[in-house]
Design a protein around this ligand. Structure first.
Ligand SMILES: [Zn+2]
Length: 336
């Protein structure tokens, strides 16, 4: 059996014919295996969903309890048989509950890693390299120009700015699942013990993280209804990037606009977005993490998906590793 007979792209997503299931399908299907809760990977409307407990919980929070016909929780490392195909979930280090999915059949193992990073993140389990024949990697930041600095350095720059401008507020744009909670945790690890003000869109997921034992400290609502301008003097406020254009953002005193994203490596992009303090904090692998991980898996073949496929394919070829782009459509990560 060729690897492409075990997993290959279909319009709905990556499909396993012998197991009759899809991984992260972008359209409703009979059986979906989901790597993590970001909305481009985890969609509602599937008949059956298999994912980690935390990913199922997160889908429930985002879509409501009826998001799928039936659900099954996969424990990390647990072996699950689907029509004679073996699947196991392994931590991906991307966001809470995120997993790579290893698919094994007739002695061949393919690992679909979903989105992943190698930088340590106190809000989720660390990526675990899994030996395999074929490794499917993302390539969101698949260019050598993308090198993410240590996240503690980025948070130190935020705190330095907050100390320098105590009369202003700092508005930090961060995606609602994963990035926002990571920024909160990093602030706590750096010794910031004042309340962190959050946009309403972050409340449910942040509560869930806290309930899962990830201490984010005291979070206060930064809603339009509560408080006057003076209440937010010197405050650090976190909200989804989309909220920054709203009336919501104009209530804060002389705000300094910050954005936590791997894209902030590109100065032009920060400038265009009106970001005064770009924070290079990403939940995706940078170039060095991608290439190191490919080597660690020992895979003889690499399939590259969503992002800058070409450069990474070229790098593999120069290293003597077979590689090809997978051309999956519909993935625009909300958590970069
Ligand atoms: Zn993601």
């Amino acid at each position: 059996m060729r690897a492409s007979d075990l997993l290959h792209p279909r319009p709905e997503g990556l499909y396993c014919p012998p197991g009759d299931f899809f991984i992260d399908p972008v359209r409703p299907v009979n059986r979906a295996l989901i790597t993590h809760g970001h909305s481009d990977h985890a969609r509602s409307g599937h008949r059956a969903v298999l994912a980690t407990r935390q990913t199922l919980d997160i889908m429930g929070l985002r879509y409501g309890e009826g998001f799928a016909g039936t659900t099954q929780a996969a424990a990390l490392g647990e072996t699950i048989a689907l029509n004679g195909v073996t699947v196991t979930f392994h931590p991906a280090g991307h966001v809470l509950g995120s997993a790579q999915i290893a698919v094994e059949h007739q002695g061949r193992r393919i690992v679909a890693s979903g989105d992943y990073k190698r930088q340590k993140d106190a809000t989720c389990e660390s990526f675990e390299p899994v030996k395999c024949d074929v490794f499917i990697t993302e390539a969101t930041f698949g260019l050598p120009v993308f090198r993410h600095p240590p996240d503690s350095e980025e948070i130190a720059r935020l705190l330095k700015s907050a100390a320098q401008f105590p009369e202003r507020s700092h508005l930090v744009g961060a995606y609602a699942l994963g990035k926002a909670q990571r920024v909160m945790r990093l602030l706590r690890d750096a010794g910031f013990d004042r309340p962190i003000y959050i946009h309403g869109a972050l409340a449910k997921l942040s509560d869930y993280y806290q309930n899962q034992g990830i201490d984010l400290g005291r979070l206060e609502p930064a809603t339009v209804e509560s408080g006057g301008k003076d209440d937010f003097t010197g405050a650090i406020v976190i909200g989804p990037p989309s909220a920054f254009a709203d009336r919501w953002a104009r209530r804060f005193p002389d705000p300094i606009s910050c954005f936590a994203s791997g894209w902030m490596r590109i100065r032009q992009r920060a400038k265009q977005g009106g970001v005064e303090l770009p924070l290079i904090i990403s939940d995706h692998s940078d170039w060095d993490e991608l290439t190191a991980t490919i080597k660690e898996t020992g895979a003889e073949e690499i399939w590259v998906t969503h992002g800058r496929e070409e450069a990474l394919v070229r790098w593999c070829e120069l290293e003597g590793i077979a590689a090809r782009p997978l051309h999956l459509v519909g993935y625009e990560d909300e958590g970069d």
